[in-house]
Design a protein around this ligand. Structure first.
Ligand SMILES: Nc1ncnc2c1ncn2[C@@H]1O[C@H](COP(=O)(O)OP(=O)(O)OP(=O)(O)O)[C@@H](O)[C@H]1O
Ligand SMILES: [Mg+2]
Length: 198
């Protein structure tokens, strides 16, 4: 990745560098998922950073912007500003990336209007983040298994996305739940809010 950056600086007109760069990002993402699954992620130090939720969610949406445009998906977000939590920024990014990638996959199965909603609700000591999408609801029996490793209904799926999400959320002392009915599927995450030091 470093050498691609160097090449880009020295030869800005060289073709395909953006494509290589994006694919390397995807590979890196996949590898971290596998490391999480195999519990080998201790090779990366877990950080304890101040994370502002609205910035984190915006970063994730930027990363997914090409697939959102490509799928002609409408994103409706209602995210409170300046709510901070403590944790590992990259790990939490991975959680929302996984949920949104699943939402993109789910709505793209449908021909009609494709919608993804992201909203937050901050309480006294915790924040609730809902990522919802329209699309076919999950089978009620399946909801029991979706957080298990390697459960997938996709041709090219690995079934580790939600397993990794649950691990990371619980490591951050949070909870994750799924509700799905009548063409609305919601993944709800609650995380403790960082208290202002006084
Ligand atoms: N928003 C959603 N709508 C409908 N079904 C979903 C949604 N999110 C997850 N699922 C179901 O849960 C399964 C498991 O999801 P998970 O993210 O763990 O794995 P995957 O997406 O199949 O593969 P991977 O994330 O490893 O690429 C999916 O295959 C799909 O059947
Ligand atoms: Mg997934």
């Amino acid at each position: 990745m470093g050498f691609i950056k160097l090449l880009k600086n020295q030869h800005p007109d060289l073709p395909y560098l953006d494509v290589i760069s994006k694919e390397l990002d995807q590979l890196k993402f996949r590898i971290t998922q596998f490391l999480h699954t195999s519990k080998m992620n201790t090779v990366f130090e877990t950080k304890n950073e101040d994370i502002t939720i609205n910035f984190l969610l915006e970063e994730v949406m930027d990363f997914l912007y090409p697939s959102i445009v490509d799928g002609n998906i409408q994103i409706i977000s209602n995210i409170e500003e300046d709510i901070k939590i403590n944790g590992d920024r990259n790990e939490l990014k991975q959680v929302f990336l996984n949920l949104l990638m699943n939402a993109v996959d789910a709505v793209c199965e449908e021909e009609n209007e494709r919608r993804i909603n992201i909203d937050t609700e901050a309480g006294f000591d915790q924040i609730t983040i809902n990522v919802s999408n329209n699309g076919s609801p999950l089978n009620p029996d399946a909801i029991e298994y979706i957080f298990e490793p390697f459960y997938t209904t996709k041709k090219l799926g690995t079934g580790i996305g939600l397993f990794v999400c649950k691990n990371i959320v619980e490591k951050h002392k949070g909870k994750i739940h799924c509700f799905s009915k009548d063409h609305l599927t919601t993944f709800q995450i609650t995380l403790p809010i960082k208290k202002n030091e006084s």
